[in-house]
Structures are given as C-alpha cells and as structure tokens.
Design a protein. Structure first.
Length: 318
C-alpha cells in the first residue's frame, strides 16, 4: 500500500528536520572547536613561554656561577708558595699532584702551570706536559696584565676553550703563568638532553657554546640558515609543520619556533633558546579530539533518535 500524500509530506518534513538538526549540530561543533582551539592555544603557549623563560634564566645563572667560581682560582694559585718555589727551583716533581688536588675541589676542566717560556711544566692532564704555549693568547695576555685575564680560544678541531690565566710572580719578577680551563662544554651537553636548542654568543655574535656542535663559530643567522638540528628539536618541528595558530618568533629550516633571548652580564655575551610548539600542539589536539568525539557521538544519537521516531510514526500509521 502506497503512502498517502499527507504521509509523504510528513516523511519529507522529517527528512528536513533531520538535516537541519545535523547542520545546526555541525555548526555548533565548529564554533566550539574553534573557540576552544584559540583559547587553549593562547593559554598553553603562554605557559610554554613562561617555562622557557624560567629555563633560560636558570641556564644563564648556572653559566655565570661557573665562570665566577673559576675566576678566583688563578689568583689563589698564583700566590701558592709550592708552585712559586717549583718555578724558582725548576723542580716540578710535586707540582702536577698539587694541581690535581685543586682541580678535584673546584671542578675545572684542567689546570696548567707554564714557565716563563710558555712551556707546560705541570698539568692535571699529564699528556699536556711539555707543550709550548708561548704564542697562545691566554699566556701572552696574562704576562701583559697584573690581573686575571679571560680568553676564548677557538680550537683547531672545532669548538672553543675558555681560560682564566694569571701571571705568577716571585717578588717583582714574573716567573710563569697559571691557567685554568673552565668546563663550559658540560652545559651544552646537559642542555642537549632537552627539547630546546640553546646557543651562547659572544659580543661579536659568534656562537661559542651550543647544543648543536656544528653551529659553533657561526653567527645565529648563519647557523639557522645553513644547519638543520639533527636531534629532538628537528623531530618536534616536523611534527608541527602545519602550526599557524600564532606568529612565530623565529624559523628553523622554515618551521616556526619560539625564540627567547637574555643577556649574560659577562663580556657582552647573550643566550638564545629556541622552543618548539610541539607540547602546545599536543595538548590542544588532545582536548579538541575529545570535543570532536563528543559531538560525533551526539550527532549519531541525533540521527538515531530522529530515525527511531520516524519509524515509530510509520508503525502507528500502519
């Protein structure tokens, strides 16, 4: 038996009601997801920026503390009677043991005692005994100054060495130089375990300390343009390649990252960190996924309710 005209009109009206209900629900879902995305993105980005600023303050504080701790060592050793006596007598039998006892206390990378000719006569690294540093900047500058001097030395094998040095005097005579190598590379290794790229640049803009060894000796612009990080930051950037919710601070390999900079009150140095938006994206996507799932379930229930009502109406008419 064919449905009557009123039944056909009722069926058509039911179909339209179903489509309208689905359309309204979809519009509501789009609006809710868009607002949630904007609010949570702003909130989580601010939280990520605050944590990055806190880490940057901690990193710079630790670096400055290490430099200050090592700065006083040459002044103390330059007045050590045993080292002065060894330089005067030329007997360095106990000098190396003396330096080793000091380096264990202060945590420096190495200590060296140089005679007036720049020859290493005592060192915590015995392999360096006999080396000549007559033309080295840390030796020449120390001889010319009556105070402790700091020197950055670019190594032939790459990277930088950081030295405090001071001349050793016996009365009014200069008899040698004591040198302390500061272990700043340990900070770069420690920072590399976190999903941030961190650089320290000197007053000329050259990168002297970084989580990415191949960035050393370059400027920030050159490093970002010519070298792609090969660690956790690259994987995080690739995961956020479609991130466009917020204006980026900088780009690594064309991808947006958050750039933060702070000044280190030491010789014009500055520290810069690059933080990915990966954590923000993951947290926002987690909430959005739950919302979309909820609306999908609600839409399915709406279809079921309308279909069930329509079926019951047919059964009643029959």
């Amino acid at each position: 038996m064919e449905p009557s005209v009123p039944e056909q009109q009722e069926n058509a009206a039911s179909g339209w009601r179903l489509r309208m209900a689905a359309g309204i629900l979809i519009l509501i879902a789009i609006a809710v997801v868009s607002v949630t995305n904007k609010l949570l993105t702003d909130r989580f980005t601010d939280a990520t920026r605050d944590r990055a600023e806190l880490r940057l303050a901690l990193y710079s504080g630790n670096l400055l503390s290490e430099l200050r701790q090592n700065a006083v060592v040459p002044q103390l050793l330059a007045r050590d009677p045993e080292l002065i006596g060894a330089l005067n007598s030329g007997d360095y039998t106990a000098s190396t043991r003396r330096l080793i006892s000091f380096v264990e206390e202060i945590g420096a990378a190495s200590l060296m005692l140089l005679d007036i000719d720049g020859r290493t006569v005592a060192a915590t690294d015995r392999n360096r005994l006999g080396e000549t540093h007559r033309s080295a900047a840390f030796f020449v500058d120390a001889l010319r100054s009556n105070a402790t001097v700091f020197t950055e030395v670019e190594r032939d094998a790459g990277g930088y060495g950081f030295f405090y040095s001071r001349r050793v005097q016996s009365g009014s005579d200069v008899i040698g130089v004591i040198t302390v190598e500061v272990d700043l590379q340990k900070f770069g290794r420690a920072w590399a375990g976190i999903s941030d790229a961190v650089i320290v640049a000197d007053s000329t803009g050259n990168i002297i300390l970084t989580t990415e060894p191949r960035w050393r000796g370059r400027t920030e612009t050159e490093a970002l343009a010519r070298q792609t990080p090969q660690n956790a930051i690259q994987r995080a950037i690739q995961a956020t390649a479609d991130w466009t919710a917020l204006p980026p601070d900088a780009y690594l390999q064309g991808e947006a990252v958050m750039r933060l900079e702070t000044r280190i009150p030491f010789r014009g140095w500055k520290m810069v960190s690059f933080t990915t938006y990966a954590s923000v994206r993951e947290r926002v996507n987690g909430v959005l996924a739950l919302e979309i799932m909820g609306f999908a379930i609600l839409l399915a229930l709406t279809f079921y309710a309308v279909s069930y009502t329509h079926l019951r109406a047919h059964e009643t008419n029959d």
